[in-house]
Write a protein that binds this ligand. Structure first.
Ligand SMILES: [Zn+2]
Length: 213
């Protein structure tokens, strides 16, 4: 009787293991097939990286069955999506979505010398990477000088590899209008791309490479 119970138990356990094995291998095979189908699919053009502007491409990580998009320049990665039907289209829809908001050209400050809120808002939302350097070197100084107390200097320098750069040194002078401006600049793509250092008392240094397009 005892041997019968043990035999039945063993039978049940091995059946469970056997069926579980079939289910997992089916799953693996399905994933592989889906990955291949996705791979063979033509997809829409992948837009360049929103941060650095380099070419980007869709990639597949066979170990985890993940698809994602990666920039060839700064290696920014999109979110990773697990394998599913039309996963490439879903990734592209997110990666290729751009806000298409330009840098503000409207340099209004109000009668008390404070920058226009809409302008600051626009500055933080823009993702127009190709105009970022030119805005920082040409428009930003005009804006700083249209308000009291700010101090700004642009000089020539070189980076660690000897490449020519423009160095933008800026102090807010503690004036709240200038502080509002720099807070928006820091949160914008200019903060990500060019802010080099910050020091207590409202002193900021930006490095702008001149080799960039
Ligand atoms: Zn990039």
């Amino acid at each position: 009787m005892i041997s019968f119970v043990i035999f039945s138990l063993l039978f049940i356990i091995s059946s469970v293991i056997f069926f579980f094995g079939i289910i997992t291998s089916l799953n693996e095979a399905q994933k592989k097939q889906l990955a291949e189908e996705e791979n063979n699919k033509k997809h829409d053009h992948v837009l360049p990286c929103p941060l650095c502007g380099s070419a980007s491409d869709i990639k597949y990580d066979g170990n985890g069955h993940w698809w994602y998009i990666e920039c060839s320049g700064c290696h920014l990665q999109s979110e990773k999506m697990s394998i599913c039907t039309n996963v490439k289209d879903k990734l592209l829809e997110k990666w290729n979505k751009r806000m298409s908001i330009d840098f503000p050209r409207d340099l209004d400050v109000d009668d008390n010398g404070y920058p226009n809120d809409d302008m600051l808002d626009q500055l933080q939302k823009t993702d127009n990477v190709k105009d970022a350097a030119s805005w920082l070197l040409n428009i930003f100084p005009k804006l700083v000088r249209s308000m009291p107390f700010g101090h700004l200097e642009i000089s020539d320098g070189s980076d660690d590899f000897g490449n020519p750069i423009k160095i933008v040194s800026y102090s807010t002078g503690g004036w709240s209008g200038q502080e509002d401006l720099i807070t928006a600049v820091e949160k914008s793509i200019i903060g990500i791309l060019y802010l080099y250092s910050w020091r207590r008392g409202g002193h900021y240094v930006f490095h702008v490479p001149l080799t960039e397009k």
